[in-house]
Design a protein around this ligand. Sequence first.
Ligand code: GLA
Length: 433
Amino acid sequence: MCSVMFLTGLLLFMSCAVVDALDNGLALKPTMGWLHWERFMCNVDCDRDPDNCISERLYMQMADVMVKEGWKEAGYEYVCIDDCWPSHQRDAQGRLQADPKRFPGGIKKLADYIHSKGLKLGIYADIGKYTCAGYPGSLGYYETDALAFADWGVDLLKFDGCNMDRALVGEAYVNMSKALNTTGRSILYSCEWPLYEWPLRQPNYTAIRETCNHWRNFQDVYDSWSSIKSILDWTASHQDIIVPAAGPGGWNDPDMLVIGNFGLSHDQQESQMALWAIMAAPLLMSNDLRDICPRSKDLLQNRRIIDISQDSLGKQGYRTAKMNGYEVWEKPLSQNRLAIAVMNRQEIGGPRQFTIRAAPGWKICYPKCSIKQILPQYKDMGIQAPDSNIVVTINPSGTALLTLTPISSSSFERMHKRVWQDISIKDKHNTVL
Ligand code: GLA
């Protein structure tokens, strides 16, 4: 970890800044996919609601749409089952089994189908005696369940923390991590360790990062703006503790994207997308991809926002300023670039104008920088200097998202030279013609 004591202070700081991640080679970038919980919850009534109940059909249909409608191409890869998939009884060998009526083919067959589409399958289990919705938990069966998941070809496990002694939560998550590792199959491990430990004590994020590929810190997301705000507020108020833990291989998980459902205005959907990208959060949508409005779809598939989320530097952004009813969040990107999100938290009045130079990250614009606005719509804002007065217009509860690329004086001069060369080449052509 930090054994290279002979390095200079700066290098030492850099090498220690990100603690070791779970060494399974997965989640080098924030996970992207779809997870059933927020939208479909524990709907098991397939007789009356066959299209929306938790059944193999639901995941097969989502997978089909993900391939056909550009989701897979945009990077969404995991199709994830949440709670309520199993039968209430384990089988004769003590293995979990899918509810036979709702999953007649079993999980292995479903995994084969999802894989045939070039996608990956996620499943759900719980550290305790029962899952949060009362289905069989994994307590006493960690090895058995890990082996079953590996056998079936599962690619991700969301391991919940209900119905367990709080004092044993950490130990339980570590034990399942080891059990998954022992199977020899690459299974991405999604935890809720800190969420269940916070009421007791401050979780050990170094240990969490060594154990899990992402981890939930805070309450379940709901399809409402107040829920999104509470997640952002919690994250900002704990950023000193949680942001340093994030990096390739392990991420803080603020829960699902609820874009495309019922509770958020379009501006609020843009805020969720922008801030989840800034937070380097897993992008796990919980919505109905079979029936989603084109604007929400375009937002979720916006390549420029996805690029911010998936940036190779792998640093989580954080809130850098709160002023005048605005919040500024900033995420360092590769090649010294910076993403800035300015959220208008004033929920009265109309659109307001924010002068970008008020953002703390503006300092990278010395001596010059190139600015692109990504939300609310794409706009190349050109090359700007420190005294620039450019503004972004932001609706109430909306967010402006920008990228800043610093231009050093030498590269600025080189660029100018190139432009002039281009012009003179064209001029020559014109004369010849
Ligand atoms: C907990 C989790 C949710 C979901 C439900 C399922 O509340 O935090 O994300 O998995 O359990 O019962």
